[in-house]
Design a binder for this molecule. Structure first.
Ligand code: LMR
Length: 326
């Protein structure tokens, strides 16, 4: 009788444990029709298919749960379990990731990809472990373009303007080289900042430019491709290492697949959104000759020297080497 009762209680306990899935809250700041938005939804879908009842993913896009000023704190407090944060926004935790903000470092996203998948790139996923932050993967968005309400054809054209920047020392310095001002601002208020004239210009890939309707408040985009905006998908080491042994390997596989999806979507969506910006007919896309682009490079390149020591010259060299295909 006692045996039956113990059995019954044990089964009851197991039953209630099985009834409570592990909840992963995934918060981000962009819309769903963006590379990151699509990656997050794919992650959710694959978890639903492969770990039904065991893990439940809740996706909160568009800063609906936390903005980029609060998402790190929320992650570290355990209020969310996964975020995909721009590589520009980790200054506070590590200086090495400033690498990704150096202007004109990578020639295209293929080079970024080669670097991120190299041993040096993969090592950076663990650069914040002492802060309880584990990098799970890199997700692409794309190459950044400059925008303003005046034509930016030459570096001197940016003089005197105030540009919105992400929370990044490198990006702040980048605009100083142009004799412009940089204003750090969270993503969700960029539209408003541009509309009211608190800032006059900004930089982002076409995907974010379209997603935030910046074409309504910016007359010109200059196709500089001067830098990248990519993400690190992160969680806390405590959460990830504490996952049951039969769940974590499956989640790791899902991360790999969701990453491939987000990265494939990144190129498609940026091309599509460039087209949509053109179709909106409110913003002119200014393309540069090689000579004009070189002038931007020469003006911005001195930024590297200021951050070289913190980032590490070897790392910069390894990243530069990824521009070669061999
Ligand atoms: C930005 O602040 O411009 C971007 O980091 C937003 C994002 O997450 O793509």
């Amino acid at each position: 009788m006692l045996k039956t009762l113990i059995c019954f209680l044990a089964l009851g306990a197991l039953g209630s444990a099985a009834a409570e899935p592990i909840v992963i809250k995934f918060s981000h700041v962009v819309g769903e029709q963006t590379p990151k938005g699509q990656g997050a939804l794919m992650f959710q879908k694959l978890v639903e298919e492969r770990l039904p009842g065991r893990v439940k993913v809740e996706v909160y896009p568009n800063s609906t749960l936390y903005g980029d000023d609060k998402e790190m704190e929320a992650l570290l407090l355990g209020d969310v379990q996964i975020i995909a944060r721009s590589l520009a926004k980790f200054d506070q935790y590590t200086k090495t990731l400033q690498l990704f903000d150096l202007p004109f470092l990578f020639q295209d996203i293929a080079a970024v990809d080669r670097f991120q998948t190299s041993p040096a790139g993969q090592k950076l996923l663990h650069s914040m472990e002492r802060n309880n932050i584990t990098g799970l993967a890199y997700w692409h968005n794309g190459m950044k373009q400059l925008s303003a309400n005046r034509v930016l054809r030459n570096p001197e054209d940016a003089q005197g303007l105030t540009f919105r920047v992400q929370d990044s020392a490198v990006l702040t310095e980048q605009f100083k080289t142009l004799n412009a001002k940089a204003q750090r601002m969270i993503f969700s208020v960029v539209y408003q900042g541009l509309r009211t004239g608190v800032v006059n210009g900004t930089e982002n890939p076409y995907s974010n430019f379209y997603d935030q309707k910046l074409y309504e408040v910016q007359k010109y985009v200059t196709e500089t491709n001067h830098g990248i905006l990519d993400y690190m998908l992160i969680t806390t080491s405590d959460f990830w290492n504490g996952l049951p042994a039969d769940i974590r390997p499956e989640l790791e596989k899902i991360v790999v697949e969701a990453t491939a999806h987000a990265n494939k979507e990144a190129q498609r969506l940026n091309e599509l959104d460039r087209q949509r910006v053109l179709e909106a007919k409110t913003t002119e896309i200014v393309t540069l000759t090689q000579q004009e682009r070189n002038a931007w490079r020469e003006t911005m390149k001195p930024v590297w020297a200021k951050f070289e020591k913190d980032i590490g010259p070897d790392l910069i060299q390894a990243a530069e080497a990824s521009n070669q295909t061999q």
